[in-house]
Design a binder for this molecule. Structure first.
Ligand code: NAD
Length: 264
């Protein structure tokens, strides 16, 4: 444990269970002394999120569905009421119809395209808009992305297009808010077995491929993503904004199959 986040208060969005990337991040932040609030989607998740939050010393939980602007307003009104200000925000939310996370991207429906972009891209802008108003002393905003934004990955489809837009929005937000001392970054995480990931076709194959072909010859853990988040959200990261930090065992630098990788 360390004191990197002592005196800092922040909101974690996207905790579903103990496999969530949001959980790996929350644990590192709590360990570094941060005070945390959590938003969760829908009452069904409440009983799963409550004990996790309690285990890192938080009883501050607010329901929020990011597809609903009023729900986002309610969330930030609650934070305003209880804390008045905010030092950081973590957005670990993405969603698409799993029927379209297989097959061809070109077959994406208009309805699912709009929903995916709304929940996985616009929601980050929407929360940054509100959070930045509560950061008079500056702050740090963070979202989660994936390499499927940069290169074509099997089955990632419309989610890849959404992540590309999310990564672009990180850069625009970094410019807009940099002059008031607020940083905005993304972590591009390698594949991790979570609820959201299980919706992607052949996800086990993608994990195995990354394990065999990344420079570190393994996959990354939630904890490693958490530690990178701690850097970006704490004062270790004060010189970094608009960045897309790859926490992927180096997979993004690789141009072809490793010579020692067996056929899978
Ligand atoms: P997860 O299923 O644990 O988390 C996804 C979260 O999104 C859930 O908590 C869910 O409730 C929330 N969510 C979905 N729709 C919502 C809505 N309308 N309103 C509010 N919340 C909503 O899975 P995860 O893998 O931890 O995903 C977190 C982020 O990390 C996502 O953006 C995902 O794309 C990204 N990511 C994941 C991987 C991976 O391999 N798991 C890799 C790179 C990036």
């Amino acid at each position: 444990s360390n004191n990197l986040m002592a005196g800092k208060r922040g909101l974690i969005m996207g905790l579903a269970n103990d496999k969530s990337i949001a959980w790996g991040i929350a644990q590192q932040l709590a360990d570094a002394g941060a005070e945390l609030a959590f938003s969760y989607q829908g009452d069904a998740l409440k009983k799963r999120v409550e004990p996790l939050a309690a285990s890192v010393g938080s009883d501050f939980l607010v329901e929020c569905d990011v597809s609903d602007g009023d729900s986002i307003d309610t969330l930030f009104a609650e934070i305003e009421k209880r804390w008045g200000k905010l030092d950081f925000l973590v957005h670990a939310i993405g969603f698409s119809d799993k029927a379209e996370l297989r097959g061809r991207y070109v077959d994406t429906s208009a309805e699912n395209f709009r929903m995916t972009m709304d929940i996985s891209v616009y929601s980050f802008t929407a929360v940054c808009q509100r959070a930045s108003k509560m950061m008079p002393d500056g702050g740090s905003l963070l979202t989660l992305t994936y390499y499927g934004a940069e290169q074509v990955m099997p089955h990632y489809n419309v989610m890849g297009v959404a992540k590309a837009a999310l990564e672009a929005s990180v850069k625009y937000i970094a410019e807009d808010l940099g002059k008031v001392g607020i940083r905005c970054n993304a972590i591009s995480a390698g594949p991790i077995k979570t609820l959201a990931a299980s919706g992607i076709g052949d996800f086990r194959y993608i994990m195995k491929w990354n394990e065999l072909n990344s420079p570190l010859r393994r996959n990354v853990t939630q904890e490693e993503v958490g530690k990178a988040a701690l850097y970006l959200l704490s004062d270790l990261g004060t010189g970094t904004t608009g960045e897309n930090l790859h926490v992927d065992a180096g997979y993004h630098v690789v141009g072809m199959k490793a010579v020692d990788a067996p056929d899978i």
